[in-house]
Design a protein around this ligand. Sequence first.
Ligand code: CAA
Length: 418
Amino acid sequence: MEDLAIARGIDPNKFIIGIGQSQQAVPPNHQDIVTLGAQAALPLLPSIDNNRLKMVIVGTESGVDASKSSALYIHKLLNLSPWVRCVEVKEACYGATAALMMARDYILAHPGTQVLVIAADIARYGVGTPGEVTQGAGAVAMLVSENPRVLQINDDSVVKSAEIQDFWRPVYQSTALARGKFSTEQYINMFCDVWQRYSAENACNFNDFEAICFHLPYTKMGLKALRAGFEENSGMSPTSDTRERLLARYQDSTKYSRRIGNIYTGSLYLGLISLLDCDYFRNSCDSSATACDSSESVGDSPAVACDLSSAAHTNEPPTCPSPLLPGQKIGLFSYGSGAVAEFFSATLVPGWRDALFSNQHIKALNNRTQLSVLQYEAMFNSAAPYSPQDFASSQNHRSGVRFVLDSITSQERRYLSI
Ligand code: CAA
């Protein structure tokens, strides 16, 4: 982000401190939401029972076809049972939450079954646009069942919809259009609205939450909303301990996004993973966890104990949170432009730390190749075209990748497992 700021003639502190982004994921042109989504689901395959799996739902706003569901391509790449329902859900960055809620309700109605939910997106605003600093790419996969290994989703959500024009992407183009400042205001207003109704309906307040994760279009965004919530809280005010705890946990939840950028509908869940992985690294130093080796990093500096580097970016008090415990409640705020917002909670279940993939996450992040700004621009401009012409993807940057979009011929996409 520092290189990008310099290339755009902007003070790097605007990107790193003002917006809160240090790095950005740039996908090679053989990666799209299908390949990213399939790759994200790979570690879950041993836990998927083909007799119990009933649905594959992909939440995305960067789908590869206006008609056919990307879930079908992913379903084939993962060689899943044919006896499932494959669909794609769209509502900007809210899509994965809609998918998760559908999964939860399906499991309630059909105990014993499993649903695979995948959130996958590539955030593209365009070279030299104000949104460029917030671009990113990535996917999150979640297996939903009646016996969760990490979190139990509670039946307490409050959701609000309002048709507004803050961010959108016409079907004929790959880059999004945004009213940047307006979208930021809408996000904050929607958070305050759903939070107030949620706290009234569930007779709770900020003190009841161990952590709150936010949709993170950039890492400063959730912080603005959290602070607005603290100010506007009409019920019981958060104690100073609560404020300190929620701000420290918020820093944990932003570490991955700070290094990846916006992954649209997966961003909230990337924040959740970041929160849990930070706790894992902080509290597993006496085990064989490789991330306790100082060569591994979660933020901008080694991940051991309390990484204060990103707290310094936000002028927040440096606090080292205590270990997360089963039974603790985590709030989740989902926002999709256009706009739909939902606040709900999930409770950590016993043994949750054993079900994480923290070391794999850090390895994937640290194994990336740094690009110059010119290389990034070339990669950005080489993406599969939004037009009928044939396309052959690059042979470069394929190591460590399991799935590629190999080509598009006569408007048909050809994916490969490698
Ligand atoms: N040092 C430190 N800080 C600096 C600085 C410097 N030299 N120069 C500027 N800053 C600070 C500013 O004070 C400002 O801080 P605050 O927001 O706390 O006031 C911050 O940097 C950003 O500055 P600007 O507002 O001037 O930045 P901008 O005009 O370039 O716009 C943006 C920023 C609106 C986020 C833009 O990047 C954008 O349009 N992004 C895409 C839209 C988006 O992400 N919207 C978020 C809500 S919508 C949503 O959540 C859905 C989604 O995923 C898209």
